[in-house]
Design a protein around this ligand. Structure first.
Ligand code: WQD
Length: 348
């Protein structure tokens, strides 16, 4: 069996592997020479994504369809399968929903992590890459954001990420052989170049790019721009949009780094280091579609901040990883997925 492109070939359990970022990471893990097992409860993903993934990789994927909060099924998985490392994506991730349903968010995101990490400890699995978020920098961080900034949150979703980061730091103290990576994403967008997998939010999208995609395919009437009176070049907020393929590559690089680092917990920003405004993202998408898209400037959305973008210098230096795809690449790839799949993944 070939060694993984980055060195040691591993058998990697990907929780939430049927999701947007998880599915793209599965493709790149396999391309790098790793074996992959997916565990997903399909609460926020369609089973049809698996067939799409198998077509891309040209092979079969091992999928375990259950909820990580189920301790018995999780124990059976770790007892019966050799697992060398875990990439943990599974979790609820909608900021607005978390404000309305805080207990559901804490119970799901923390509960699933408790069960997963306990099973890892029982079975000697000591490498973990955790899907965290730039939201842990809170509402008052300066830009560009650096990994040594203090963490806080302004919503239950963000607090689950802050709390899980702390929990994993404490686990690392208790388990000195563990190697843990905390990956802080900024704004993942785009899709695999095949156009057969992509972002497929359930219901009306909260995030900018999937909303624009659905306007472009006629599922939504127009984009509402939440405020153009921020202290930014064009008045709309700046965000560090990163292509999901660059994000996936960052996870493969972080996993490889865990086989060689002697640091118990590593934190890495995965971003481009550049802030892009809402208007600039809209106009980039119009270039991809080849026509103007309808929008209306409305009031600010509660909780939004003017600017959020990464200092990716540590990941660049320590992982040998850099985001390479441009805003136009992100929009072209997102549009290919959405135009080929106007209603997202089929139900069956
Ligand atoms: C981006 C910009 C909006 C929708 C969120 C989470 C964060 C992370 C990424 C998980 C903002 C504007 C948006 C719309 C708009 N998720 N916008 N009209 O808020 O930066 O981050 O997703 O980790 O945790 O907070 O992303 O895409 O919602 O918004 O004008 O219909 O687009 O005001 O300026 P955000 P977003």
């Amino acid at each position: 069996m070939p060694d993984a492109a980055y060195g040691v070939r591993m058998r990697v359990l990907v929780s939430g592997g049927a999701g947007f970022i998880g599915s793209h990471t599965v493709i790149q893990l396999i391309a790098a020479g790793h074996d992959v097992l997916i565990v997903d409860n399909f609460a926020n993903a369609k089973p049809t994504v698996i067939g799409r993934l198998e077509s891309i990789i040209g092979g079969h994927l091992q999928v375990h369809a259950f909820d990580l909060r189920d301790a018995d099924q999780t124990e059976r998985l770790f007892a019966h399968e050799r697992i060398d490392a875990v990439i943990h994506f599974a979790g609820h991730k909608a900021v607005g929903q978390s404000i309305k349903q805080p207990l559901a968010y804490y119970e799901n995101n923390l509960g699933s992590t408790f069960v997963l990490v306990a099973a890892m400890a029982r079975h000697g699995v000591s490498k973990l890459v955790f899907s965290s978020s730039a939201t842990v920098y809170g509402a008052n961080a300066t830009v560009p954001m650096k990994e040594d900034f203090p963490t806080s949150a302004t919503n239950p979703y963000g607090w689950t990420k802050v709390m899980i980061e702390q929990i994993l730091c404490d686990v690392a103290v208790a388990q000195p052989s563990w190697r843990i990576a905390l990956m802080r994403y900024f704004n993942p967008v785009g899709a695999h170049a095949s156009g057969t997998i992509g972002e497929d939010p359930s219901g009306v999208p909260n995030n900018l790019l999937p909303y624009i995609c659905q306007v472009a395919v006629g599922r939504l009437e127009k984009l509402r721009i939440f405020g153009d009176d921020y202290d930014t070049p064009d008045g709309t907020p700046l965000r560090d949009y990163i292509h999901v393929e660059d994000l996936a590559a960052g996870h493969v690089a972080a996993l490889a780094r865990l086989t060689s680092t002697d640091r118990a917990v590593s934190t890495w920003n995965l971003g481009t280091g550049t802030g892009t405004s809402v208007f600039n993202m809209l106009h980039a998408f119009e270039r991809a579609v080849g026509r103007e898209l309808p929008y209306e400037v409305v009031g600010r959305r509660t909780g939004d901040i003017a600017a959020s973008y990464a200092d990716p210098g540590r990941a660049n230096a320590e992982l040998g990883w850099t985001a390479t795809r441009t805003i136009d690449d992100m929009c072209v790839d997102a549009w290919r997925w959405q135009s080929q799949n106007p209603n997202g993944y089929p139900d069956a």
